[in-house]
Design a protein around this ligand. Sequence first.
Ligand SMILES: [Zn+2]
Ligand SMILES: [Zn+2]
Length: 441
Amino acid sequence: MIFHTEPLISVGLIENAAQIDFELQGDYMLDGRAVPEGCYRAVYAAGVVALSDGSSRELIRGRQVCLNPVALQDNYFTLHNVAIGHEFHWERLQSQRFRGELAFAAFGHEGITAVNRIGLEAYLESVICSEMSPESDGEFLKAHCIISRSWLLAQLELKRAAGVPASSPDGVFTDAATHKNFDVCNDDHCQRYHGIGRVNPAAQHALAATRGQVLMSDGEICDTRFSKCCGGISERFSTCWQDADFAYLKPVADCAPGSVVFCPPVSAEADARRFILADPPAFCNVTDPGLLARVLPDFDFETQQFFRWSVTLSQSELQGLLLNKTGIDFGGIKSLSPLARGDSGRIYELKITGTKAEKSISKELAIRRALSPSHLYSSAFIVESSAEKDGIPEAFTLRGAGWGHGVGLCQIGAAAMAAQGYGCSAILAHYFRGAALKTIY
Ligand SMILES: [Zn+2]
Ligand SMILES: [Zn+2]
């Protein structure tokens, strides 16, 4: 099925809260009457949502409460304490402004969920300014509009298709389809949607110039994944998610054709080691701090060592992490051994051998979570162990490449391509081989 008109989508902003404070800018309609701008509070009360105004006067209660802006373009609401970067090192709470309808619902008995219903194009305007800085080059912003739109529509299609697994049996990797009460969440799990605070005319221009455009392959909208920095080679889908691969998501060397030093795959252990310890030419091997400052949102700019990085974990730190993250007491950790790597060198099966237990961890996200208090930058790493005491290394150093899963478009590489003069379609053709650009509405 193909979308012929711009769809309305629902975005989960806050889930299962006891209380949500918010402000309305401009008039909104609530159950057939107008409520003026001001401060409001939604409270969870015995299976329903109770909404009251700034003087604590209750306005309505019900399983679902909807507020509709009287003027769609001009009115907005501000939600307080919205969590971003959930479980990542940049996790924090923000106040954020949004356009569109605001609905509160008591799903189940766990509190209130705030959902924003909004047109896809207005949603994308916020996404491209949340994922990357709107100061980035225009051609890069256009490419991002197209992949953010394609990814979302592909997720809606997946959700509608019967029998598609939403997550692995052990919950290791999940897609947007895992969200039962809305289409997508507002954070890195789906796409960052941090409100209209950063939207600028360049972003609005990129969006208008690409309205309704998607990448297609074999009559289907492409599942255009993206991540922060591939590390020099992009990864295949099955290393990270379900055991499926797509023709348009083939691993590519992220550099100009004339400067390829490492070709995918670098999945053999010796190749992965040479690649990770090298400093190969790549679009995402950006050393110009000016370019990074122009493309990365402030909280991403806090991390600058991402093309190649290293992390050292002491024996006791590693034992504590693994116990905490996997629930397994491995005893003294003797080794971390990569058993299988994807085309970019990302490990998707890692064996942990301890004095009390031995276990393999599968898929790149689970590996990144197990070895860090939040997430390792990527699972493309080699392991060096330090001097042993009674046969147990005192520390392990992980030397790694890239930031994120590495599948599809490399955001920093694509931003660097645009800065070097590549156009939007050349950028998309580089990361999504054989996919065709089409305007569907
Ligand atoms: Zn999500
Ligand atoms: Zn890259």
